[in-house]
Ligand binder design. Structure first.
Ligand code: XMP
Length: 515
């Protein structure tokens, strides 16, 4: 296999490093993120066509500031320093960096002084950039010229075209920088000479190679398959890499949506016939949840039983060498950044499982990808669209969409009404425009009339939101005609329901799920 052309990103501890990697991938270029401590030998082993120095929280003037080897500027490879990366470049090349008199933060208008060729080629004369810095370059190193400035920042971008060394104080990887992608593309394509023809299909080959390197010739892997997008894509990828040395355990808690468990089993016994253990544990979960109405208690019990069932099934298997998880990059950020914040809902996860099961080594092949990239990878691997494009579904499943105590009847109501909602949303062509939509069995019962009979039955709520990050959400505006069809079908087809409500609350103050 031909090695893809690559860019190395040196990480100085920035919040945005993986976002840089992602933007580089969007430009059709493969990148590898290495720690700033990487030696020149380690960097050159990747045969990079360009280097990017990320931002970071430190001050270059601090004694213990993270610094890379100065030799990287003499390799003849183009280098782009971003924020801290620019300051470090200036500092190491005998320019000057200092604390800003006035800290710049947020969207800031920048004047592009030189935009006829080079890094800022084709940008507007004034363009909004995302700034976030307390230090900046105040004296250019020899051979550099100014490319841009702001009211507070004398050198918002700098270049030494002869040596192909570049720096930007703003963050081109952040979407608030209006022409950030253009800056990155100018660097990658015009300056580094990269073709920009890399895509997710090529990523499959790279990911497969890495898995094989990690797992070795005869290593075996155990994967916790949840049926969600991430673990399904991880399973398909691992299967491509190591075939039947992969065993997947699917713990079915009985709270999946209509047809979902069947789909998981079909895909992984027919499309990607892996060694699949389908632990059908619905009865156990129901038993353990009897009489429990509190949402957090439900989550705790579901999480605990999930782990118990998984452990029991794993114990039946012969010893496997690695534990695999479908961790994706937002999970990595979330687990690092939510420290100390209030627990609103304790999402259950399998984070502690590998240790409990005695696994020293984790395989996390999606760790550096964002959700939409994972979906693209799933498509490239040949997973069915319905599975890959599915909307997020919480680990505890429908159990947290029945308010209060669970009964098989109540779970049946929420499952059927959810199916009708999904069907109507899809028929109306609204499915790609709404981020998450589902029904909730409210605890309320109310009086109705059906035929000539008085009824006293449940109210089902429809929840539909649009959001980018699920941290905040807007109410999706489903047209009344579609809502009308949904309500008619739910009360007509789902026994025990005589009323349908539409939840019109944003998040915050409400959360997306009702429990
Ligand atoms: P909330 O309700 O917190 O939901 O606004 C935000 C997103 O998280 C999902 N969610 C969960 N996911 N386990 C999960 O794996 C959970 O316990 C859980 N609770 C909420 C929710 O579906 C939405 O996408």
């Amino acid at each position: 296999m031909q090695k893809p052309q690559c860019v190395v990103i040196l990480d100085f501890g920035a919040q945005y490093t993986q976002l840089i990697a992602r933007r580089v991938r969007e430009c059709g270029v493969f990148s590898e993120v290495l720690p700033y401590t990487a030696t020149v030998g380690e960097i050159m082993a990747r045969e990079p066509k360009g280097l990017i120095l990320s931002g970071g929280p430190a001050s270059v003037l601090a004694e213990d500031a993270p610094k890379c080897d100065k030799e990287i500027f003499e390799l003849g490879i183009p280098v782009l320093g971003i924020c801290y990366g620019m300051q470090l470049m200036a500092y190491l090349l005998d320019g000057r960096a200092a604390a800003c008199e006035q800290r710049e933060y947020g969207r800031t208008p920048a004047v592009m002084d030189k935009r006829d060729g080079g890094l800022l080629n084709g940008l507007r004369g004034e363009s909004h950039c995302w700034m976030s810095h307390t230090f900046q370059v105040v004296g250019l190193p020899e051979g550099f010229e100014r490319l841009a400035h702001t009211d507070c920042c004398p050198y918002a971008a700098m270049a030494d075209d002869t040596r192909k060394l570049y720096g930007v104080q703003f963050h081109p990887e952040v979407t608030h920088t209006e022409e950030g992608c253009r800056v990155l593309r100018n660097f990658l394509v015009d300056i580094c000479g990269l073709k920009g023809d890399w895509n997710m299909e090529s990523y499959v080959e790279i990911a497969v190679r890495r898995i094989r390197e990690q797992v070795g010739e005869d290593g075996t892997v155990l994967l916790a398959l949840s049926g969600g997008v991430d673990s399904s894509v991880a399973a398909a990828l691992l299967h491509r890499a190591i075939g039947d040395r992969l065993t997947c355990v699917y713990v079915d808690h009985g709270f999946m949506r209509q047809g979902e468990s069947e789909q998981v089993v079909t895909v992984f016994t027919e499309t990607f016939p892996v060694k699949l253990v389908h632990a059908d544990a619905g009865k156990q979960f129901f038993r353990e949840l009897r009489g429990v109405a509190d949402p957090e208690e439900k989550r705790r019990i579901i999480g605990k039983n999930f782990v118990d069932v998984f452990k029991k099934e794993a114990a039946k298997l012969s010893k496997l060498d690695f534990f695999a998880q479908g961790t994706i990059y937002p999970d990595v950020i979330e687990s690092g950044s939510t420290k100390g914040s209030a627990v609103i809902k304790s999402h259950h996860n399998v984070g502690a499982l590998p240790k409990e099961l005695g696994f020293a080594s984790l395989v996390e092949p999606l760790r550096m990808l964002f959700k939409d990239e994972v979906r693209k990878l799933g498509v490239a691997l040949g997973l069915p669209e319905g599975l890959v494009m599915r909307q997020p579904f919480p680990g505890p499943g429908l159990a947290i969409r029945v308010i209060g105590e669970l009964t098989p009847e109540k779970v049946g109501i929420v499952r059927k009404s959810d199916f009708i909602l999904r069907d109507e949303i899809q028929k109306a062509g609204l499915d790609t425009g709404i981020s998450q939509y589902f029904t909730v069995l409210t605890g309320a019962r109310s009086v109705g009339v059906m035929g000539d009979e008085r009824t006293y039955a449940y109210a089902v709520a429809v929840r539909a939101v649009t959001t980018d990050d699920f941290m905040t959400a807007d109410v999706a505006q489903i047209p009344y005609t579609v809502l009308g069809r949904i309500a008619t079908r739910i009360v007509g087809e789902v026994q025990g329901v005589n009323r349908v409500l539409y939840d019109i609350t944003t998040k915050p103050p409400a959360s997306i799920e009702w429990e």
